[in-house]
Design a protein around this ligand. Structure first.
Ligand SMILES: [Zn+2]
Length: 253
């Protein structure tokens, strides 16, 4: 038995750590806040069938790991509201499996920003936690200057109007990012001239937030803006039948 497993066995015997989703015994508390059985129960979309799903405006593609319900919905809530950062890596792994083609063609992965106050209160931005584990270059090229009503409290048209003008380019972050590019951008180019951007968010609902971000990125010169999310609310759509999960994702911190 490795020292890590021995420590986990000791923790299980002493404090009986609970899984953040099912509240049963989590026998791998050092690896993840969620037990292995819950990861096995996550429903995933068929990657090919997602192309038929209706596309929010200004996005070239939108791929989500699975439907925003059941275990996947609770996992997103664990990360977002219960501040369980250890959930981010295995969630990102599910996203990377679903969106590997988008990731391969992206020049940069950009997390959807949250207002600084919400980030401060949570201690982190959940979309950054997802982006950092996707295995591609990522940068916070957008900012959210004003606090708006959280989208989760709104529906339909109200969601779209709530995010209009909510996002802006982080010019300094873009300049820092360009210094790392192999092909320097001339003074006449836009900040994101010719770049293919992949937006990352935890949940796509109406696509209003992703569309508002895409509008800013395209205005800055991005030639392609796609999005990858952990979950997608179906809103009466039929994106794809869920697939049972057979492989347990890696759950190390
Ligand atoms: Zn569980």
């Amino acid at each position: 038995m490795t020292p890590g497993r021995a420590l986990e066995a000791l923790l299980c015997a002493l404090v009986e750590p609970a899984c953040a989703v099912c509240h049963g015994l989590n026998d791998q508390p050092l690896a993840s806040a969620v037990c292995a059985e819950c990861w096995q129960r996550v429903e995933l979309f068929d990657p090919l069938a997602q192309r038929a799903a209706d596309m929010p405006p200004l996005l070239d593609a939108l791929v989500s790991a699975g439907p925003h319900r059941g275990t996947l919905r609770r996992l997103v809530r664990c990360l977002k509201y219960d501040r369980r950062r250890s959930v981010a890596r295995p969630l990102a792994r599910l996203m990377a499996e679903a969106g590997h083609a988008l990731l391969a063609s992206a020049d940069v992965v950009v997390p959807v920003p949250s207002h600084w106050w919400r980030r401060f209160r949570r201690g982190f931005n959940q979309t950054e936690e997802l982006a950092r584990h996707l295995g591609r270059p990522w940068a916070c090229l957008l900012r959210r200057p004003g606090a708006r009503i959280p989208q989760v409290h709104l529906r339909g048209v109200a969601r779209r109007s709530n995010v209009q003008g909510a996002f802006a380019l982080d010019v300094r972050a873009c300049q820092r990012w360009q210094r790392h590019r192999e092909r320097p951008v001339s003074a006449h180019d836009s900040l994101l001239d010719g770049m293919r951007v992949l937006l990352v968010d935890d949940v796509a609902t109406t696509g209003a937030t992703l569309g508002a971000c895409a509008e800013v990125l395209r205005a800055a010169g991005a030639i392609s803006v796609s999005a990858l999310t952990a979950a997608r609310a179906d809103l009466g759509r039929r994106p794809a039948p869920p697939q049972p999960r057979h492989q347990e994702p890696a759950v190390r911190r």
